[in-house]
Design a protein around this ligand. Structure first.
Ligand code: PLP
Length: 405
């Protein structure tokens, strides 16, 4: 038994239910179902589903595994990373006072501000400010979008500050921000805990080592687990975060299946052949690059991940003057195939898209190579492949507004 479905079985579920066949070369996207969960992790969710278990015990086991993985004192598992942000903020506001927990979000108390650099106020499908505000907290912005300075952070940390939030992500501004070590130093000098949103980061130890008090990871991104948030941190703040399940956390409940699955995914991470998987991903990029090389107006180059995750993507830059279309048009043509090839088109208005090799099921690397060859060869006969950017980013807000419309 392998850890993945066979190429033949892979589409059986789609076909039986009438779902569109798709190959995800865009990254871990909520709108496409996160990541592919290996069979060994799926079995752990399956085992939990058919049984009762004391959730405190399951979460304590989760805490042990999180400590082993991250070096933190303790940990807990939440419904998602976004839920984790809300509950960590709430934990910093209430501590271990159950009455204050029940008072959120409407009576946040005196310490209810969260300092965030303006360049970190990103969206990941929803604004991060909303995750903070769900706890009843207010965002106190630090600096301007492209520049934040020490004195601005210092001035934002007052008697009202519950926490300072630091975001590590390709979504944030990548220059002019206060480095994490300095951010922690300034916050700690004022007794303010630092929460790091590292939802999409591969490094599970560095942020704790840098002094963060709470660090949030997504269970379903690099870890390849079911939808969950993995929270690592100091024992006191983790206990305060977990206590939120008696208040606002109830509406953000995580079930036994996700906790068990997240634990299994973390255990699998400890055993994972990181170098071997990286080599396979690089081979996929080389294969796709070879297909695209030498085509007029097309430049395919491997680019490193912007936050330093051990990962490269193939960036396909399209010059519409010499190619037979624009980047959005090629992306659309790939998405219109069956199976749809969904590329990473976050920045398509800049004239490129990327191919992310992290989420390929067996056999799909070659299917992407064939799709690229057909779309980039065929465009001459079909006429130009030009599109506007409206279908980018999984349809954006229109995808929601048109749903069931
Ligand atoms: C994906 C992401 C989130 C949300 O993670 P979920 O587990 O989907 O809730 C939050 N912050 C950042 C930086 C992300 O990349």
């Amino acid at each position: 038994m392998t850890d993945f479905d066979s190429p033949a079985d892979y589409w059986a579920w789609h076909d039986a239910n009438g779902y569109s066949r798709l190959i995800n070369v865009s990254g871990t996207m909520t709108g496409l179902g996160g990541s592919i969960v290996r069979r060994s992790t799926r079995m752990a969710t399956e085992a939990a589903m058919g049984r009762f278990v004391k959730i405190h015990e399951l979460q304590a086991r989760g805490s042990d595994v999180i400590s082993r993985l991250t070096g933190a004192e303790a940990g807990c598992i939440t419904a998602s990373a976004a839920a984790g942000i809300t509950l960590c903020v709430a934990g910093c506001m209430t501590g271990l006072d159950p009455a204050r927990v029940e008072a959120l979000p409407c009576s946040p108390g005196a310490k209810s501000e969260v300092a965030v650099q303006m360049g970190h106020l990103c969206g990941y499908g929803a604004p991060i400010s909303v995750a903070v505000e769900l706890a009843g907290a207010r965002v106190r912005t630090v600096g301007q979008s492209t520049l934040a300075m020490d004195y601005q952070l210092e001035a934002a940390l007052t008697e009202q500050t519950a926490a300072a939030l630091y975001v590590v992500s390709h979504h944030v501004v990548h220059y002019g921000q206060i480095p994490l070590a300095r951010f922690v130093e300034i916050a700690h000098a004022r007794g303010v805990p630092v929460i790091v949103d590292a939802a999409s980061e591969y490094d599970l130890t560095g942020f704790i080592a840098a002094g963060a008090d709470l660090v949030i990871y997504s269970g379903q991104k690099f870890l390849g687990g079911p939808t969950a948030g993995i929270i690592a941190g100091t024992r006191d703040l983790i206990r305060a975060t977990y206590l939120q399940n008696t208040g606002i956390g109830r509406g953000l409940k995580v079930g036994k299946e996700s906790i068990a699955g997240a634990i299994a995914a973390m255990e699998a991470w400890l055993e994972r052949d990181h170098a071997g998987i990286r080599a396979e991903e690089t081979a996929a990029l080389d294969r796709w690059q070879a297909v695209l090389d030498g085509r007029p107006g097309i430049q395919a180059v491997k680019v490193p991940d912007p936050t330093g995750n051990p990962l490269e993507r193939l960036q396909v830059q399209v010059d519409p003057a010499t190619a037979s279309g624009n980047a959005a048009g090629y992306a659309r043509a790939l998405a219109d195939r069956n199976p749809a090839v969904i590329v990473r088109d976050h920045e398509v208005e800049l004239g490129y898209f990327q191919l992310d090799p992290c989420n390929l099921a067996p056999g799909q690397m070659e299917m992407v190579a064939e799709a690229l060859a057909e779309v980039f060869d065929g465009s001459a006969d079909r006429g130009r492949l030009d599109a506007d950017c409206s279908s980018a980013r999984n349809g954006g807000i229109d995808g929601y507004l048109n749903w069931l419309a």
